[in-house]
Design a protein around this ligand. Structure first.
Ligand code: ADP
Ligand code: MG
Ligand code: MG
Length: 252
């Protein structure tokens, strides 16, 4: 059992107009086996939370802590965070010129595990995971993110998650830009990883749609850099009916 603990996290970002306060005291605990949905309007700071935990240099932590089983995540390099078992599916993934999906996955797996995966099993694992996600085997030989469609990027993220087996996965807007069929396939992938019971998932989303396929254990409503309401899956149903209006302007 592993625990990711976010305590009173405060984060600013440098903008052209000066330093802007974005996260204003976020407190959240995710345990392995749990899925937490973070839901909130655009611009509320959801991606900032994901990037801050991942160690993106643009974001400055001005207060609070993030720990993984008591270890200070914020003191770790980005690589160390990955080796500690944190996985962040980027909302806007970057291109990696000249590196194929196949090489990228193997390099990432080797870096995280500290040793190269046994080739025979690895090739089979990649093949199976790609087939589960209904990906063309030829996809493995394409360069990472080069000309990927929105749906291909999302499948590639989930493929990484299935193969890298993180302890905690932070999925930011995994549902954006997917048609219903792709959304189902991607959700099935997330649910397969969840069903191991070993991973904690932080599912960040603006829309309630993905929560029809991935049932969260806990829902947190995120407005203006803070969690303003928490509950079980029924809270997502209420948001689907009522939207975020009643929470905007609420001071937590
Ligand atoms: P969400 O993911 O909920 O839509 P974001 O975390 O992307 O929200 O953004 C929260 C606020 O912080 C927004 O007002 C956004 O414009 C601002 N912001 C986030 N990242 C940056 C950045 N790198 N530079 C300037 N402003 C940023
Ligand atoms: Mg946004
Ligand atoms: Mg966002």
């Amino acid at each position: 059992m592993a625990t990711l603990e976010i305590k009173d996290l405060q984060v600013t970002v440098d903008t052209e107009n000066g330093v802007k306060e974005i996260l204003r005291g976020v407190t959240l605990t995710v345990k392995s086996g749990e899925t937490h949905a973070i839901m909130g309007p655009n611009g509320s700071g959801k991606s900032t939370l994901a990037y801050s935990i991942a160690g993106h240099p643009k974001y400055t932590i001005t207060g609070g802590t993030v720990t993984l089983d008591g270890e200070d995540v914020l003191a770790m390099s980005v690589d160390e965070r990955a080796r500690a078992g944190l996985f962040l599916a980027m909302q806007y993934p970057v291109e990696v010129p000249g590196v194929t999906v196949s090489n990228f996955l193997r390099t990432a797996k080797t870096a995280i595990d500290g040793q190269a995966p046994a080739l025979r099993h690895w090739v089979k694992d990649v093949k199976n995971a790609m087939s589960d996600l209904r990906m063309d085997p030829a996809f493995a030989e394409r360069n990472v993110n080069e000309g990927f469609s929105g749906g291909e990027k999302k499948r590639h993220e989930i493929l990484q998650m299935e193969l890298l087996k993180p302890r905690f996965a932070i999925l930011d807007e995994t549902d954006s830009g997917l048609d219903v069929d792709a959304l189902k396939i991607v959700s099935e992938g997330v649910n397969r990883v969840r069903s191991t019971g070993d991973v904690g998932v932080l599912l960040i989303t603006h829309y309630t749609r993905i929560l029809r396929y991935i049932k969260p254990d806990f829902v947190h409503v995120f407005v203006d850099g803070k969690i303003v309401e928490e509950g079980g899956p029924e809270l997502a149903d209420r948001l689907e009916d009522e939207g975020y209006d009643r929470f905007v302007g609420v001071k937590a």
